[in-house]
Ligand binder design. Structure first.
Ligand code: SF4
Ligand code: SF4
Length: 187
């Protein structure tokens, strides 16, 4: 388990309050029992385990948290919040932290997931559902990583798992409106 040592100058106590206000999650109820971390299927890819991230939030370690790979590799599976004795909604915290990192232009340790996040949301905003082939092309162009997963992509294409043409759901305008209202709500 990674130990984190932070100089006091890197702590911003107001950050904890901002995260609580924006997420609606009371991080002060966490008493570091580790149940979330012991239940999480994504810890192998995290630089800070879920209980550590909550502790860093309590301390106001804004830079360390927003640059963390953890906020991008959380799969939002909700196992942690289901098992937490204090019902601390870690996936909701992760969502809030991802949006904060994007808004503040923070470049963290995880490079591809933030780009995927934007490409995915753009596709859903425009069509009401993801258009996988379009997302794949945009992701490759933005990350300039043209060859990883190429064989898997071709296999999916040959098996008809990737539609060639973009489609839309009937209520795509309502979905776009939800996105618009959520952006307006942040102003
Ligand atoms: S399970 Fe809940 S109380 Fe326990 S460490 Fe995780 S967030 Fe904190
Ligand atoms: S929601 Fe995220 S942090 Fe919680 S158990 Fe799932 S992957 Fe881990």
């Amino acid at each position: 388990m990674k130990c984190v040592s932070l100089p006091g100058s890197e702590l911003e106590p107001a950050f904890a309050g901002q995260v609580t206000e924006q997420s609606g999650v009371d991080i002060n109820r966490c008493y570091q029992c580790l149940t979330c971390t012991l239940s999480c299927p994504s810890v192998f890819a995290m630089d800070h385990y879920p209980h550590q991230l909550v502790r860093l939030l309590q301390l106001g370690a804004k830079k360390e948290v927003l640059q963390s790979a953890t906020i991008w590799v959380c799969a939002s599976c909700e196992t942690c919040v289901t098992r937490c004795p204090n019902e601390i909604d870690i996936p909701r915290l992760m969502d809030t932290l991802r949006q904060m990192a994007i808004r503040e232009g923070v470049s963290g340790k995880e490079k591809t997931a933030p780009v995927y996040h934007r490409v995915f949301l753009k596709s859903v905003r425009q069509r009401g559902k993801p258009y996988e082939l379009g997302m794949l092309i945009e992701l490759k162009l933005r990350t300039r990583d043209f060859f990883s997963d190429l064989s898997m992509g071709l296999k999916m294409l040959l098996k008809g798992k990737l539609s060639l043409l973009p489609g839309r759901i009937k209520g795509y305008r309502e979905i776009s409106n939800i996105f618009r209202r959520s952006v307006e709500g942040q102003d």
